[in-house]
Design a binder for this molecule. Sequence first.
Ligand code: ADP
Ligand code: MG
Length: 720
Amino acid sequence: MGALDTSIRFLSGVGPKRADLLEKELGISTLSDLIRFYPFRYIDRSGIIRIADVSPDLASVQVLAQVVRVTLYGPSGAVYDTSAGPPRYNAVKRMSVTVSDGSGMMEMVFFKGIKWNSERLKPGSSFIFFGKPSAFNGKINMVHPEVDAPPQGGVSRVANFEGVYPGTEKLKNSGVTGRVMARMVAAALSSCMPELEETLPDYVMKDNGLCPLRYALQNVHFPSSQEALSRAVERLKFEELFFLQLSLLKQKYIHSRGEVGIRMPKVGDDFNACFKTLPYELTGAQKRVIKEIRSDMTGGHQMNRLLQGDVGSGKTMVAVLSALIAVGNGYQACIMAPTEVLAQQHFANISRYLAPTSVRCALLTGSTGAKERRTVHDGLEEGSIGIIVGTHALIEDNVHFRALGLAVIDEQHRFGVEQRAALWSKGPSDGGGGQIPPHVLVMTATPIPRTLAMTLYGDLDISVIDEMPPGRKPVQTLQIGQGKRLQLYEFMKKEIGKGRQVFVVYPLIFESEKSDLKNLETGYEEIVAAFPFPKYKVAIVHGRQSNEEKNFNMSAFVAGRAQILVSTTVIEVGVDVPNASVMVIQSAQRFGLSQLHQLRGRVGRGAQQSYCILVRDIKTGKDAQKRLDLLCSTEDGFVLAEEDMKMRGPGDLEGTQQSGLPVTLKIASLARDGILLSRVRDYASRILEADPALSDPLNEKLARELRAGKYSVRDFSTIS
Ligand code: ADP
Ligand code: MG
């Protein structure tokens, strides 16, 4: 075992307790993890600003100032009397240091380390104070600034970059500050350097003008100059994206070579019958996507296609026509939805589209009765059912198809890998004891920026419906404060008076959060009081209800028996109620941008004018406000998705975790490094074209890195 695999607990100053915390909070357990834990931004330590220019809007700043006076405060907030000898420091709760640089004065505040600080911060001496300014009681201060002696010979004007590491509250509390982090990294680097091996072959570095790994790691942590830092970052970003693409493309390459698919050369009478009687003209995007799918299904390789299209873009029709191609070639198709309500809705819509054809369509969900279930199972096994719509019930072991040729999965993110694997095993026999996998079409309404899609779905083909059916009025989106509740109710009544329906959504980040449930219940009671029965009927849906209860309430709203649906975000996925014209989102500041967009997509499906009303609480932070403003400014899901990605910086650990991205990038940013990503992808695919197995000795380093398996994508991108 070399230095790289050594646990960080053996590093001086770390120890078992901090090591555990670093592992838990940041996933750092070995020295190798540590040297690959990069700063997320840099501070120019030569930049000193005047106190007069310090404002609470600035991020971190540093000032060079003289201590004017030091005041200690006791537990009651009263000034601690120091006239009677040296203070008992454990009775001091706060230390305030007033400093001046001639342009102005400000206060440095300490709650900890008071003894040490009052011993060195003597009135009359000068220091460099570094930290985040904030405003308190109308004055500007800094809490727990970093304090340094001013450099010998005055302040240098040569740029001097220092990395800032992402950290967490817990780490800070146990003393792992940015400073400590940097010291640990320095120690780790010096013990790892001798055995650190280059990961890129010489020719790759030369082709792309990249610096060596050792240089890059040294300079990403401790840049010797601005230029060295740029070269280091460029190399590390390249490396990260390159191996990610290489591993995805390699899978895809093997996949498209190896996987035999069912050949479906015909279009068939049923397709034509449905197509001729469509209630509307297909949009250009729908036509293009159907062509792409058809060409996959005729090709003899298994289709693995992701269909992206914003809510309301008409994906269902694409699914139906694809299913009819399968049927026209003597195969069956299944369409899976994530919830019972959605499956029912799909079934109702699809049955209508299929009316002019001779195809038998059936529904199979968890609540299908025993007798009906047997009929459906038989129909699938003997082949009399051509298209089956359903939920997870479709992939149960006792469901057998005569010849499943196409599986459509709606809203892919709700399905796990095992479930997709179960689908594969339901394909027709290959005559040799195995199965031929059905073609797979995954549909999602989550707009994924192109750069992200390229990474996540490097092994899938992608089709995009980027055009909405004509004749839709844009949804009017507006923000209001809690105080406007009565006006809001008036407005809802007016819309309901016109025969429309209203969604009211409450946030529920974790279904178990008690306070959220309480908010929802209080909100519901308030609405029931404002909209009295029997004139108004209000349904409620949330995650704590039984499936039966949920379905009952949901169906009441879908069928128009209730005018208002109060719910948590369970309605986010897919439900189509064209008659709903108002979406009210409570505590809108607590939702993510893409979630808000998905919710808004639930209205504006009919011809009438629709509204999305964002109700924000008093405590709406800056970022949240920016999200709400963005949402009001555009309805383009792709624009919103890009912006969303940009707003979550790479240093935002929590954001990355919550975003559910299946890859964690350490240094590259999918939002900002799109151009590099496409260049890297082209380069990687050229290498694979020449050497698909990476068996050329020149590519030995590449094969080794991929085998080490560090660059892989979690869960949901891969269908196989
Ligand atoms: P989604 O992509 O969200 O699944 P749907 O397939 O549910 O969208 O379609 C939304 C609505 O648009 C449906 O009511 C559907 O009938 C209608 N629609 C689909 N395609 C067209 C089209 N080309 N022209 C007009 N309306 C369409
Ligand atoms: Mg849909």
